[in-house]
Design a binder for this molecule. Structure first.
Ligand SMILES: *[C@@H]1O[C@H](CO)[C@@H](O)[C@H](O)[C@H]1NC(C)=O
Ligand SMILES: *[C@@H]1O[C@H](CO)[C@@H](O)[C@H](O)[C@H]1NC(C)=O
Ligand SMILES: *[C@@H]1O[C@H](CO)[C@@H](O)[C@H](O)[C@H]1NC(C)=O
Length: 408
């Protein structure tokens, strides 16, 4: 791994905040789920509650926010909290508090950051979850014209991190926005500064934000001219030492980094794609050194790496050989000297769009929660639990348990 002194964060402006009194929201009438399709979702840290934005079936330009308490043994119907903005971004800050970053109606460059408490229980007889009325934490004036498009919360440093998308369709660029959730100052990484350092002639697009609470990892892609392929690097920033330069994982002409994922502690996994031959390689950084994951009998190109919560296994989210669907391929985490391993497909029907490992249950099942759709069965995007044995044969005891019923 090569660390390069590249840029520093710059202080921009303090925020104006107006914080009204919090009132508990009591819905007149609890509306249970109606038809629609999952557009985006956020899971709490424990993995037993989620908020889901659903495009309405009868009018897909209208969206509702649904609240879900998760118990794989005892399905609890999701609750429709009410209309939500299609541009709103959501992230949990604790198991029962989530924030929403939403454009204000008055000024397109002003966004409001709300926080809400989520009341839920997963124990039978479970009552449907409820959320408190949104409480305004901050009004955020965009330091550069554009819009927020991705947020995450770094718990150990109480920092909200967001990407600001800006530029034109032809010349995309973005800024990385960091803000403490308390009423303190705001720091912004200006895109130009990264731009100057990483690529002289084109914009930088930040993607794939991930955090382990203290550190932020993301990719920075240079959208180059049509003639040369996009190049993207992997960056790491210590949120406790923001004045210190960021580290960048090795970058190399013609190789793009994507889909970083934090494992236990400081471990990382990511993928590289060789732009010349399209070859995708999976990598691990164990806190000391980075090494390629050697695979055998596996000619597929993974899109994403997902860590088991205990770090013992990795899943590669991959389009199957027949291209009909996307599945999870399991492998036990190799060390740098391990011989090649063969990823094993976890049985599932349909295409898995996203998945988060939430741990091994007391009944000895490894559980992942994710969005899966199965056109052959007439099922749209729904939240599922994909479960299997965490031991030698990961296909043993597999099960797909449906959690939501927006389509049928
Ligand atoms: C938040 O901080 C700003 C700048 O320091 C200050 O003007 C404002 O009064 C603070 N708001 C609250 C609610 O504390
Ligand atoms: C997060 O990752 C970094 C970089 O690998 C590591 O130094 C740090 O200790 C990790 N933090 C936590 C809370 O595990
Ligand atoms: C996939 O679908 C088939 C046919 O409906 C069913 O028998 C099988 O159990 C399903 N597999 C999983 C993992 O749900």
């Amino acid at each position: 791994m090569v660390f390069t002194a590249l840029l520093k964060l710059s202080f921009i402006a303090p925020l104006v905040a107006a914080i009204p009194n919090q009132a508990v929201f009591t819905p007149e009438e609890t509306e249970l789920s109606v038809g629609g399709e999952i557009d985006t979702w956020a899971l709490n840290p424990t993995g037993d509650a989620a908020i889901i934005r659903v495009a309405r079936l009868e009018d897909s330009s209208k969206y509702d926010l649904h609240l879900l308490a998760i118990n794989a043994q005892y399905t609890i119907p999701s609750v429709n909290y009410g209309p939500t903005d299609p541009h709103a971004l959501y992230t949990f800050v604790s198991d029962n508090e989530f924030t929403t970053l939403v454009p204000s109606h008055e000024d397109e460059d002003v966004w409001n950051l709300f926080t809400q408490k989520l009341e839920y229980t997963t124990l039978p007889p479970a009552k449907p979850p409820t959320a408190s009325e949104p409480k305004l934490l901050k009004r955020i004036e965009l330091p550069i014209h554009g819009r927020f498009e991705d947020i995450i919360y770094a718990s150990h440093t109480d920092t909200l991190v967001a990407v600001i998308k800006t530029g034109t369709p032809e010349y995309q660029t973005s800024g990385l926005f960091l803000s403490p959730l308390g009423n303190r100052s705001v720091n912004v990484i200006e895109d130009q500064r990264v731009n100057e350092q990483v690529s002289a002639q084109s914009g930088i697009v930040f993607r794939d934000l991930v955090t382990n609470g203290t550190h932020l990892v993301f990719t920075a892609a240079s959208q180059s001219s049509d003639s040369s392929p996009e190049q993207s690097d992997l960056w790491i920033l210590d949120l406790n030492n923001r004045d210190r330069p960021m580290g960048v994982f090795r970058w190399q002409a013609g190789v793009s980094f994507r889909a970083p994922a934090f494992g236990v502690g400081g471990t990382l996994a990511w993928l590289t794609e060789d732009k010349k031959n399209g070859r995708v390689q999976s990598w691990i950084y164990d806190g000391k050194t980075d090494y390629p994951v050697k695979l055998k009998n596996f000619g597929l190109s993974p899109e994403k790496t997902i860590w088991a919560k205990n770090g013992e296994a990795l899943y590669l989210l991959t389009t199957d050989a027949d291209k009909a669907q996307k599945s999870l391929y399991h492998l036990f985490t190799p060390s740098s000297g391990s011989p090649p391993v063969e990823p094993i497909r976890i049985p599932s029907n349909g295409t898995i769009d996203s998945a988060i490992h939430i741990g091994v249950t007391p009944l000895d099942h490894a559980h992942l929660i994710g969005v899966k759709e199965d056109a052959r069965k007439g099922e749209g995007k729904e939240l599922w639990v994909i479960s299997h044995s965490p031991h030698e044969d990961p296909t043993y005891n597999y099960e797909n348990i449906r959690l939501t019923h927006f389509t049928d």
